[in-house]
Design a binder for this molecule. Structure first.
Ligand code: LLP
Length: 449
Protein backbone atom coordinates (compact mmCIF):
# COMPACT_ATOMS: atom_id res chain seq x y z
CA UNK A 1 0.00 0.00 0.00
CA UNK A 2 0.93 3.62 -0.24
CA UNK A 3 1.60 3.74 3.47
CA UNK A 4 4.13 0.92 3.43
CA UNK A 5 5.91 2.03 0.30
CA UNK A 6 6.56 5.53 1.54
CA UNK A 7 8.17 4.63 4.88
CA UNK A 8 11.54 6.30 5.51
CA UNK A 9 13.42 6.43 8.83
CA UNK A 10 10.22 6.01 10.80
CA UNK A 11 8.64 8.99 9.07
CA UNK A 12 5.79 7.97 6.81
CA UNK A 13 5.72 9.78 3.48
CA UNK A 14 2.67 9.96 1.26
CA UNK A 15 3.17 11.10 -2.31
CA UNK A 16 6.58 12.33 -1.24
CA UNK A 17 5.24 14.44 1.65
CA UNK A 18 5.93 13.61 5.28
CA UNK A 19 2.79 12.75 7.25
CA UNK A 20 3.86 15.12 10.02
CA UNK A 21 4.16 17.94 7.52
CA UNK A 22 0.68 17.16 6.15
CA UNK A 23 -0.83 17.31 9.62
CA UNK A 24 1.04 20.53 10.49
CA UNK A 25 -0.19 22.16 7.33
CA UNK A 26 -3.73 20.82 6.97
CA UNK A 27 -4.67 19.69 10.47
CA UNK A 28 -5.74 16.37 11.95
CA UNK A 29 -7.60 14.19 11.24
CA UNK A 30 -6.84 14.37 7.56
CA UNK A 31 -7.86 12.38 4.51
CA UNK A 32 -4.93 12.01 2.13
CA UNK A 33 -5.28 10.80 -1.46
CA UNK A 34 -2.25 9.83 -3.49
CA UNK A 35 -3.03 11.22 -6.92
CA UNK A 36 -0.56 9.03 -8.82
CA UNK A 37 -1.89 5.93 -7.13
CA UNK A 38 -5.51 6.80 -7.95
CA UNK A 39 -4.67 7.61 -11.55
CA UNK A 40 -2.53 4.51 -11.97
CA UNK A 41 -5.19 2.22 -10.60
CA UNK A 42 -7.86 3.82 -12.78
CA UNK A 43 -5.65 3.37 -15.79
CA UNK A 44 -4.61 -0.19 -14.94
CA UNK A 45 -8.18 -1.33 -14.32
CA UNK A 46 -9.51 0.35 -17.45
CA UNK A 47 -6.73 -1.02 -19.62
CA UNK A 48 -7.08 -4.57 -18.28
CA UNK A 49 -10.82 -4.64 -18.93
CA UNK A 50 -10.50 -3.02 -22.35
CA UNK A 51 -7.64 -5.25 -23.43
CA UNK A 52 -9.60 -8.39 -22.58
CA UNK A 53 -12.71 -7.03 -24.28
CA UNK A 54 -10.69 -6.40 -27.43
CA UNK A 55 -9.23 -9.89 -27.26
CA UNK A 56 -12.73 -11.33 -27.65
CA UNK A 57 -13.56 -8.85 -30.39
CA UNK A 58 -15.53 -6.23 -28.52
CA UNK A 59 -15.04 -3.04 -26.46
CA UNK A 60 -15.44 -2.08 -22.81
CA UNK A 61 -16.49 1.12 -21.09
CA UNK A 62 -15.22 1.48 -17.56
CA UNK A 63 -17.25 3.76 -15.32
CA UNK A 64 -15.69 5.00 -12.11
CA UNK A 65 -18.35 4.54 -9.40
CA UNK A 66 -18.36 8.00 -7.86
CA UNK A 67 -20.13 6.84 -4.70
CA UNK A 68 -16.78 5.48 -3.50
CA UNK A 69 -15.34 9.00 -3.40
CA UNK A 70 -16.18 11.93 -5.60
CA UNK A 71 -15.18 15.56 -5.77
CA UNK A 72 -14.54 17.78 -8.75
CA UNK A 73 -10.81 17.09 -8.77
CA UNK A 74 -11.19 13.29 -8.63
CA UNK A 75 -13.86 13.39 -11.35
CA UNK A 76 -11.31 15.24 -13.49
CA UNK A 77 -8.58 12.68 -12.81
CA UNK A 78 -10.91 9.86 -13.77
CA UNK A 79 -11.97 11.54 -17.00
CA UNK A 80 -8.31 12.20 -17.84
CA UNK A 81 -7.52 8.52 -17.26
CA UNK A 82 -10.18 7.54 -19.77
CA UNK A 83 -12.87 6.50 -17.31
CA UNK A 84 -16.56 7.09 -17.76
CA UNK A 85 -18.43 8.06 -14.61
CA UNK A 86 -21.23 6.34 -12.69
CA UNK A 87 -23.29 8.76 -10.60
CA UNK A 88 -26.03 7.76 -8.19
CA UNK A 89 -27.73 11.05 -7.33
CA UNK A 90 -28.35 14.55 -8.58
CA UNK A 91 -25.52 15.71 -6.32
CA UNK A 92 -22.99 13.32 -7.83
CA UNK A 93 -24.23 14.35 -11.28
CA UNK A 94 -23.63 17.99 -10.40
CA UNK A 95 -20.05 17.21 -9.35
CA UNK A 96 -19.42 15.32 -12.59
CA UNK A 97 -20.79 18.17 -14.70
CA UNK A 98 -18.84 20.76 -12.70
CA UNK A 99 -15.70 18.77 -13.44
CA UNK A 100 -16.44 19.00 -17.15
CA UNK A 101 -17.03 15.27 -17.58
CA UNK A 102 -18.54 14.57 -21.00
CA UNK A 103 -22.24 13.91 -20.20
CA UNK A 104 -22.30 11.17 -22.84
CA UNK A 105 -19.87 9.25 -20.63
CA UNK A 106 -22.00 9.48 -17.51
CA UNK A 107 -24.27 6.67 -16.32
CA UNK A 108 -27.01 7.61 -13.89
CA UNK A 109 -28.06 5.09 -11.23
CA UNK A 110 -30.46 4.90 -8.33
CA UNK A 111 -33.50 3.00 -7.18
CA UNK A 112 -35.43 6.16 -6.41
CA UNK A 113 -34.30 9.00 -8.65
CA UNK A 114 -36.61 11.94 -8.24
CA UNK A 115 -38.45 13.27 -11.27
CA UNK A 116 -36.36 16.44 -10.94
CA UNK A 117 -33.14 14.39 -10.97
CA UNK A 118 -34.31 12.47 -14.03
CA UNK A 119 -35.14 15.71 -15.82
CA UNK A 120 -31.75 17.20 -14.98
CA UNK A 121 -29.95 14.07 -16.16
CA UNK A 122 -31.88 13.97 -19.44
CA UNK A 123 -31.39 17.71 -20.00
CA UNK A 124 -27.65 17.35 -19.31
CA UNK A 125 -27.48 14.63 -21.96
CA UNK A 126 -26.24 11.78 -19.77
CA UNK A 127 -25.23 8.77 -21.80
CA UNK A 128 -27.36 6.21 -20.02
CA UNK A 129 -29.93 6.12 -17.28
CA UNK A 130 -30.23 2.84 -15.42
CA UNK A 131 -33.87 1.94 -14.87
CA UNK A 132 -34.28 0.22 -11.55
CA UNK A 133 -38.03 -0.36 -11.58
CA UNK A 134 -40.97 -0.40 -13.97
CA UNK A 135 -42.29 2.84 -12.50
CA UNK A 136 -39.24 4.66 -13.82
CA UNK A 137 -39.94 3.75 -17.43
CA UNK A 138 -42.75 6.27 -17.77
CA UNK A 139 -40.85 8.93 -15.81
CA UNK A 140 -37.74 8.76 -17.97
CA UNK A 141 -39.77 8.51 -21.17
CA UNK A 142 -41.75 11.60 -20.18
CA UNK A 143 -38.57 13.57 -19.42
CA UNK A 144 -37.04 12.50 -22.73
CA UNK A 145 -40.19 13.41 -24.70
CA UNK A 146 -40.30 16.82 -23.00
CA UNK A 147 -36.64 17.40 -23.85
CA UNK A 148 -37.15 16.14 -27.39
CA UNK A 149 -34.45 13.48 -27.12
CA UNK A 150 -34.16 9.73 -27.26
CA UNK A 151 -32.68 8.60 -23.95
CA UNK A 152 -30.45 5.53 -23.79
CA UNK A 153 -31.48 3.32 -20.86
CA UNK A 154 -30.28 0.16 -19.21
CA UNK A 155 -32.40 -2.13 -17.08
CA UNK A 156 -30.94 -3.17 -13.75
CA UNK A 157 -31.71 -6.78 -12.99
CA UNK A 158 -31.01 -9.18 -10.24
CA UNK A 159 -29.10 -12.06 -11.70
CA UNK A 160 -29.96 -14.19 -8.69
CA UNK A 161 -26.26 -14.47 -7.95
CA UNK A 162 -25.63 -13.39 -4.42
CA UNK A 163 -21.98 -12.65 -3.95
CA UNK A 164 -20.33 -12.24 -0.62
CA UNK A 165 -16.69 -11.86 0.18
CA UNK A 166 -15.54 -15.41 -0.27
CA UNK A 167 -18.41 -17.38 -1.70
CA UNK A 168 -21.61 -16.98 -3.62
CA UNK A 169 -24.87 -18.78 -3.54
CA UNK A 170 -27.67 -18.67 -6.01
CA UNK A 171 -31.09 -17.51 -4.91
CA UNK A 172 -34.09 -17.14 -7.17
CA UNK A 173 -35.55 -14.25 -5.23
CA UNK A 174 -33.17 -11.72 -3.83
CA UNK A 175 -34.77 -9.93 -0.95
CA UNK A 176 -33.20 -6.53 -1.52
CA UNK A 177 -34.23 -3.27 -3.08
CA UNK A 178 -32.20 -3.05 -6.30
CA UNK A 179 -33.23 -4.08 -9.78
CA UNK A 180 -35.89 -6.42 -11.12
CA UNK A 181 -35.69 -10.20 -11.16
CA UNK A 182 -34.01 -11.39 -14.35
CA UNK A 183 -37.10 -13.44 -15.24
CA UNK A 184 -39.10 -10.22 -15.56
CA UNK A 185 -36.63 -8.62 -17.97
CA UNK A 186 -38.44 -9.61 -21.20
CA UNK A 187 -41.75 -8.12 -20.05
CA UNK A 188 -40.08 -4.91 -18.85
CA UNK A 189 -37.91 -4.53 -21.94
CA UNK A 190 -41.09 -4.87 -24.02
CA UNK A 191 -42.55 -1.97 -22.01
CA UNK A 192 -39.39 0.07 -22.61
CA UNK A 193 -39.42 -0.74 -26.33
CA UNK A 194 -42.96 0.65 -26.55
CA UNK A 195 -41.55 4.15 -25.99
CA UNK A 196 -40.01 5.95 -28.96
CA UNK A 197 -38.23 8.29 -26.54
CA UNK A 198 -36.29 5.39 -24.98
CA UNK A 199 -33.51 3.28 -26.45
CA UNK A 200 -32.88 0.08 -24.50
CA UNK A 201 -29.12 -0.61 -24.68
CA UNK A 202 -28.80 -3.59 -22.38
CA UNK A 203 -29.00 -5.16 -18.96
CA UNK A 204 -27.12 -4.06 -15.89
CA UNK A 205 -26.26 -6.17 -12.89
CA UNK A 206 -24.14 -5.39 -9.85
CA UNK A 207 -23.83 -8.50 -7.71
CA UNK A 208 -22.29 -6.87 -4.67
CA UNK A 209 -19.20 -5.22 -3.34
CA UNK A 210 -15.79 -6.19 -1.93
CA UNK A 211 -15.95 -9.49 -3.83
CA UNK A 212 -12.90 -11.72 -3.96
CA UNK A 213 -14.21 -14.76 -5.83
CA UNK A 214 -14.52 -14.40 -9.58
CA UNK A 215 -17.19 -17.13 -9.94
CA UNK A 216 -19.96 -14.71 -8.99
CA UNK A 217 -19.09 -12.33 -11.82
CA UNK A 218 -18.84 -15.18 -14.31
CA UNK A 219 -22.12 -16.75 -13.22
CA UNK A 220 -23.87 -13.40 -13.39
CA UNK A 221 -22.56 -12.71 -16.91
CA UNK A 222 -23.67 -16.16 -18.01
CA UNK A 223 -27.19 -15.70 -16.65
CA UNK A 224 -27.62 -12.23 -18.15
CA UNK A 225 -26.52 -13.47 -21.54
CA UNK A 226 -28.99 -16.33 -21.17
CA UNK A 227 -31.86 -13.95 -22.02
CA UNK A 228 -29.93 -12.18 -24.79
CA UNK A 229 -31.78 -13.84 -27.66
CA UNK A 230 -35.19 -13.16 -26.22
CA UNK A 231 -34.36 -9.51 -25.55
CA UNK A 232 -32.83 -9.05 -29.00
CA UNK A 233 -36.07 -10.27 -30.55
CA UNK A 234 -38.05 -7.79 -28.49
CA UNK A 235 -35.64 -4.98 -29.31
CA UNK A 236 -35.64 -5.97 -32.96
CA UNK A 237 -31.87 -6.09 -33.22
CA UNK A 238 -28.68 -6.84 -31.36
CA UNK A 239 -28.39 -5.80 -27.72
CA UNK A 240 -25.52 -3.30 -27.78
CA UNK A 241 -24.21 -3.61 -24.23
CA UNK A 242 -23.85 -5.71 -21.13
CA UNK A 243 -23.02 -3.89 -17.88
CA UNK A 244 -21.63 -6.15 -15.18
CA UNK A 245 -21.32 -3.50 -12.46
CA UNK A 246 -18.43 -3.14 -10.04
CA UNK A 247 -17.55 -4.79 -6.77
CA UNK A 248 -13.95 -5.91 -7.27
CA UNK A 249 -12.52 -6.46 -3.78
CA UNK A 250 -9.36 -4.96 -2.35
CA UNK A 251 -7.04 -5.87 0.51
CA UNK A 252 -7.60 -3.68 3.55
CA UNK A 253 -5.00 -5.50 5.63
CA UNK A 254 -1.85 -7.46 4.85
CA UNK A 255 -3.74 -10.62 5.87
CA UNK A 256 -6.07 -10.02 2.91
CA UNK A 257 -3.26 -9.26 0.48
CA UNK A 258 -3.43 -12.65 -1.26
CA UNK A 259 -7.23 -12.84 -1.35
CA UNK A 260 -8.03 -10.07 -3.79
CA UNK A 261 -7.80 -11.38 -7.35
CA UNK A 262 -5.79 -9.27 -9.78
CA UNK A 263 -7.91 -7.20 -12.13
CA UNK A 264 -6.15 -8.97 -15.01
CA UNK A 265 -7.53 -12.31 -13.76
CA UNK A 266 -11.06 -10.97 -13.35
CA UNK A 267 -10.93 -9.31 -16.76
CA UNK A 268 -9.64 -12.45 -18.50
CA UNK A 269 -12.13 -14.78 -16.84
CA UNK A 270 -15.04 -12.46 -17.56
CA UNK A 271 -14.05 -12.01 -21.18
CA UNK A 272 -13.73 -15.78 -21.56
CA UNK A 273 -17.14 -16.52 -20.10
CA UNK A 274 -18.77 -13.81 -22.24
CA UNK A 275 -17.10 -15.15 -25.40
CA UNK A 276 -17.98 -18.77 -24.58
CA UNK A 277 -21.58 -18.00 -23.68
CA UNK A 278 -22.20 -15.86 -26.74
CA UNK A 279 -20.62 -18.54 -28.90
CA UNK A 280 -22.82 -21.25 -27.36
CA UNK A 281 -25.94 -19.12 -27.85
CA UNK A 282 -24.93 -18.06 -31.34
CA UNK A 283 -25.31 -14.37 -30.55
CA UNK A 284 -22.95 -11.44 -31.17
CA UNK A 285 -20.73 -10.35 -28.29
CA UNK A 286 -22.08 -7.10 -26.84
CA UNK A 287 -19.92 -4.23 -25.68
CA UNK A 288 -19.06 -4.62 -22.02
CA UNK A 289 -19.34 -2.06 -19.26
CA UNK A 290 -18.02 -2.09 -15.70
CA UNK A 291 -18.39 0.19 -12.68
CA UNK A 292 -15.48 -0.20 -10.26
CA UNK A 293 -15.27 2.23 -7.35
CA UNK A 294 -13.42 0.81 -4.38
CA UNK A 295 -10.74 -0.93 -6.45
CA UNK A 296 -9.89 2.39 -8.10
CA UNK A 297 -9.71 4.72 -5.13
CA UNK A 298 -9.65 2.59 -1.96
CA UNK A 299 -5.95 1.98 -1.68
CA UNK A 300 -5.03 5.47 -2.83
CA UNK A 301 -6.36 6.90 0.45
CA UNK A 302 -4.82 7.09 3.91
CA UNK A 303 -6.31 8.80 6.95
CA UNK A 304 -4.02 10.52 9.42
CA UNK A 305 -5.07 10.95 13.03
CA UNK A 306 -3.43 12.27 16.17
CA UNK A 307 -3.46 10.26 19.38
CA UNK A 308 -5.17 12.01 22.28
CA UNK A 309 -5.34 9.42 25.05
CA UNK A 310 -4.36 5.83 25.66
CA UNK A 311 -5.61 3.37 28.23
CA UNK A 312 -4.89 -0.28 28.97
CA UNK A 313 -7.95 -2.45 29.40
CA UNK A 314 -7.94 -6.08 30.57
CA UNK A 315 -8.97 -8.48 27.81
CA UNK A 316 -12.32 -10.07 28.43
CA UNK A 317 -14.14 -13.18 27.19
CA UNK A 318 -12.75 -14.97 24.18
CA UNK A 319 -9.99 -12.41 23.77
CA UNK A 320 -8.52 -13.20 27.18
CA UNK A 321 -5.44 -15.38 27.11
CA UNK A 322 -6.16 -17.42 24.00
CA UNK A 323 -5.37 -14.67 21.53
CA UNK A 324 -1.94 -15.14 19.93
CA UNK A 325 -1.86 -11.43 19.23
CA UNK A 326 -2.18 -10.45 22.87
CA UNK A 327 1.46 -11.42 23.48
CA UNK A 328 0.52 -12.76 26.85
CA UNK A 329 -0.13 -9.30 28.14
CA UNK A 330 -3.75 -10.03 28.91
CA UNK A 331 -4.67 -6.50 28.04
CA UNK A 332 -5.50 -4.31 25.12
CA UNK A 333 -4.27 -0.79 24.69
CA UNK A 334 -7.10 1.53 23.67
CA UNK A 335 -5.67 4.34 21.60
CA UNK A 336 -8.07 7.24 21.12
CA UNK A 337 -7.69 9.45 18.08
CA UNK A 338 -9.19 12.79 17.10
CA UNK A 339 -11.66 11.38 14.55
CA UNK A 340 -13.56 8.12 14.37
CA UNK A 341 -16.86 6.84 13.03
CA UNK A 342 -17.70 10.28 11.63
CA UNK A 343 -14.81 10.06 9.15
CA UNK A 344 -14.85 6.26 8.76
CA UNK A 345 -18.16 4.54 9.42
CA UNK A 346 -17.08 1.24 7.88
CA UNK A 347 -15.90 -0.56 11.04
CA UNK A 348 -19.16 0.35 12.78
CA UNK A 349 -21.32 -0.41 9.74
CA UNK A 350 -19.67 -3.55 8.41
CA UNK A 351 -17.15 -4.64 11.03
CA UNK A 352 -14.52 -3.65 8.48
CA UNK A 353 -10.86 -4.29 9.29
CA UNK A 354 -8.08 -1.76 8.88
CA UNK A 355 -4.40 -1.57 9.76
CA UNK A 356 -2.60 1.21 11.56
CA UNK A 357 0.99 2.45 11.80
CA UNK A 358 2.74 5.19 13.70
CA UNK A 359 3.54 7.80 11.08
CA UNK A 360 5.72 10.33 12.89
CA UNK A 361 8.60 8.28 14.27
CA UNK A 362 10.33 4.94 14.46
CA UNK A 363 10.09 2.92 17.65
CA UNK A 364 11.88 -0.13 19.02
CA UNK A 365 9.29 -0.62 21.74
CA UNK A 366 7.72 -4.07 22.12
CA UNK A 367 4.52 -4.37 20.08
CA UNK A 368 1.28 -4.03 21.99
CA UNK A 369 -2.19 -5.24 21.04
CA UNK A 370 -4.16 -2.10 20.29
CA UNK A 371 -7.64 -1.01 19.36
CA UNK A 372 -7.78 2.41 17.78
CA UNK A 373 -10.98 4.18 18.73
CA UNK A 374 -12.49 7.54 17.90
CA UNK A 375 -13.77 10.42 19.97
CA UNK A 376 -17.49 9.81 19.55
CA UNK A 377 -20.01 8.89 22.20
CA UNK A 378 -20.52 5.34 21.08
CA UNK A 379 -18.75 2.12 22.05
CA UNK A 380 -18.86 0.98 18.40
CA UNK A 381 -16.78 4.00 17.43
CA UNK A 382 -13.81 1.91 16.34
CA UNK A 383 -11.27 2.85 13.69
CA UNK A 384 -9.07 -0.24 13.87
CA UNK A 385 -10.43 -3.30 15.68
CA UNK A 386 -7.19 -5.02 16.34
CA UNK A 387 -3.59 -4.44 15.37
CA UNK A 388 -0.13 -4.21 16.87
CA UNK A 389 1.58 -0.89 17.51
CA UNK A 390 4.80 -0.14 19.37
CA UNK A 391 3.87 -0.22 23.06
CA UNK A 392 5.16 3.30 23.58
CA UNK A 393 2.46 4.80 21.34
CA UNK A 394 1.54 8.01 23.12
CA UNK A 395 -0.48 11.21 22.96
CA UNK A 396 0.74 13.39 20.10
CA UNK A 397 1.72 10.49 17.86
CA UNK A 398 0.37 10.65 14.32
CA UNK A 399 -1.30 7.43 13.19
CA UNK A 400 -1.89 6.40 9.60
CA UNK A 401 -4.77 4.12 8.66
CA UNK A 402 -4.38 2.70 5.16
CA UNK A 403 -6.88 1.97 2.40
CA UNK A 404 -9.42 4.61 3.43
CA UNK A 405 -9.89 6.10 -0.04
CA UNK A 406 -13.28 4.48 -0.72
CA UNK A 407 -16.52 4.88 1.24
CA UNK A 408 -14.92 6.87 4.06
CA UNK A 409 -15.28 10.53 3.11
CA UNK A 410 -18.41 9.61 1.14
CA UNK A 411 -20.04 7.95 4.17
CA UNK A 412 -18.82 10.58 6.62
CA UNK A 413 -21.11 12.39 9.05
CA UNK A 414 -21.16 15.18 11.59
CA UNK A 415 -22.00 12.91 14.52
CA UNK A 416 -21.42 14.84 17.76
CA UNK A 417 -21.02 18.01 15.68
CA UNK A 418 -17.58 16.93 14.59
CA UNK A 419 -16.61 18.83 11.43
CA UNK A 420 -15.54 16.74 8.45
CA UNK A 421 -11.77 16.76 7.85
CA UNK A 422 -10.44 18.10 4.57
CA UNK A 423 -9.21 15.84 1.78
CA UNK A 424 -5.76 16.65 0.43
CA UNK A 425 -4.17 15.25 -2.68
CA UNK A 426 -0.47 14.48 -2.55
CA UNK A 427 1.76 14.22 -5.57
CA UNK A 428 5.49 14.55 -6.20
CA UNK A 429 6.28 16.01 -2.83
CA UNK A 430 3.47 18.54 -2.58
CA UNK A 431 -0.02 18.60 -1.17
CA UNK A 432 -3.17 20.53 -1.96
CA UNK A 433 -6.69 20.58 -0.58
CA UNK A 434 -9.22 19.01 -2.95
CA UNK A 435 -12.16 19.00 -0.54
CA UNK A 436 -12.32 21.68 2.12
CA UNK A 437 -12.79 20.61 5.70
CA UNK A 438 -15.68 21.93 7.73
CA UNK A 439 -15.47 24.31 10.67
CA UNK A 440 -17.45 24.28 13.87
CA UNK A 441 -18.86 27.67 12.89
CA UNK A 442 -20.26 26.19 9.70
CA UNK A 443 -21.97 23.44 11.66
CA UNK A 444 -23.23 25.87 14.26
CA UNK A 445 -24.63 28.09 11.51
CA UNK A 446 -27.06 25.34 10.57
CA UNK A 447 -28.94 25.73 13.84
CA UNK A 448 -31.91 28.04 13.36
CA UNK A 449 -33.10 30.06 16.30
N1 LLP B 1 -22.23 -0.08 -9.41
C1 LLP B 1 -23.30 -0.13 -8.62
C2 LLP B 1 -24.62 -0.21 -9.23
C3 LLP B 1 -23.15 -0.12 -7.23
O1 LLP B 1 -24.23 -0.19 -6.47
C4 LLP B 1 -21.85 -0.02 -6.67
C5 LLP B 1 -21.67 0.01 -5.22
C6 LLP B 1 -20.76 0.04 -7.54
C7 LLP B 1 -20.98 0.01 -8.91
C8 LLP B 1 -19.34 0.16 -7.05
O2 LLP B 1 -18.97 -0.93 -6.28
P1 LLP B 1 -17.43 -1.07 -5.83
O3 LLP B 1 -16.62 -1.35 -7.05
O4 LLP B 1 -17.02 0.20 -5.20
O5 LLP B 1 -17.46 -2.19 -4.86
N2 LLP B 1 -20.49 1.39 1.45
C9 LLP B 1 -20.05 0.03 1.19
C10 LLP B 1 -20.07 -0.27 -0.28
C11 LLP B 1 -21.40 -0.02 -0.91
C12 LLP B 1 -21.37 -0.23 -2.38
C13 LLP B 1 -22.60 0.26 -3.01
N3 LLP B 1 -22.64 0.09 -4.42
C14 LLP B 1 -18.67 -0.15 1.77
O6 LLP B 1 -18.15 0.77 2.35
O7 LLP B 1 -18.10 -1.22 1.68
Amino acid sequence: STARRGRRCGQLKLGGVRATELVERHGSPLYVVDEEEARNRACTIREALQREAERIGTEASVYYAGKAFLCVEVARWMAEEGMSLDVASGGELAVALAAGVDPARIGFHGNNKSVAEIERAVAAGVGTIVLDSEIEIERVAEAARAAGVVQRVRLRVNSGVHASTHDFLATSHEDQKFGQPLAEAPRIVRAIAAHDALDFVGLHCHIGSQIFATDGFRESARRLLGVYRELAEIRGGAIPELNLGGGFGIAYTSAQADDAPAIETIARELADIVAETCDALGVPIPKLAFEPGRSVIGQAGVTLYTVGTTKAVALAGSDAGGDPADLGAGERLYVSVDGGMSDNARPALYGADYQVRIANRASDAEPALVRVVGKHCEAGDIVVQRDLLPGDVAPGDVLAVAATGAYCWSLSSNYNYVPRPPVVAVREGSSRVIVRGETEDELLAKSVV
